[in-house]
Design a protein around this ligand. Structure first.
Ligand code: URA
Length: 184
């Protein structure tokens, strides 16, 4: 599948009910040959309105961390597990994740990033392991076949609890150092 086929298959997906209430599909954005791919949970209100992931308050905070460690939003790829907003931002249902995860897998196959960074616990539990503990395991980089994986706090969690910001900066710096170390 190429990008055009994938995006249109995603837009036409009727695998769960969320297409009925979304305003826009939030497929993913950024550099399709990125070394670094971020994966969040599900689009929120601003993302649903614009069709672009991480553009609301949490996304603006993520942008600040990217700048702080010398990464640019244009050079990374950002997507979510779910491509449609759950009504009133309720937690995604497991079956919605099951219906949608295949699109993320195809995105990963096309991008072939060096590292996938889960934004928050829900994404980490889906992509790294079901019992992932974000407070204990954030920032740990694990090799998974062709690429590495890690998870950091969801930027929305940092807005709720600024005490976590120090850990976030450290994790993001480590991720940048990891990427720099993989340059051949
Ligand atoms: N939170 C997410 O997990 N994803 C977004 O795109 C926006 C907020």
């Amino acid at each position: 599948m190429d990008w055009t086929q994938l995006e249109s298959a995603c837009g036409e997906c009727r695998g769960c009910e969320l297409y009925k209430t979304r305003k826009n599909l939030v497929f993913g954005t950024g550099n399709r040959s990125a070394d670094l791919m971020f994966v969040g949970e599900a689009p929120g209100e601003r993302e649903d309105e614009t069709g672009i992931p991480f553009v609301g308050a949490a996304g603006q905070l993520l942008d600040k961390y990217l700048i702080a460690v010398g990464l640019e939003r244009e050079n990374v790829y950002i997507a979510n597990i779910l491509k449609c907003r759950p009504p009133r931002n309720r937690d995604p249902l497991p079956e919605e994740g099951d219906a949608c995860i295949g699109f993320l897998r195809e995105q990963v196959k096309l991008i072939r990033p060096k590292i996938i960074v889960c934004l928050g616990r829900i994404s980490a539990m889906r992509l790294i392991k079901p019992d992932f503990k974000i407070t204990r395991e954030h920032g740990i980089i694990v090799k998974k076949g062709a690429f590495a994986m890690t998870a950091v706090y969801h930027p929305a969690a940092l807005l709720r609890d600024p005490a976590k910001k120090e850990d976030m900066l450290r994790d993001m710096k480590n991720i940048k150092a990891y990427l720099d170390s993989t340059i051949e």
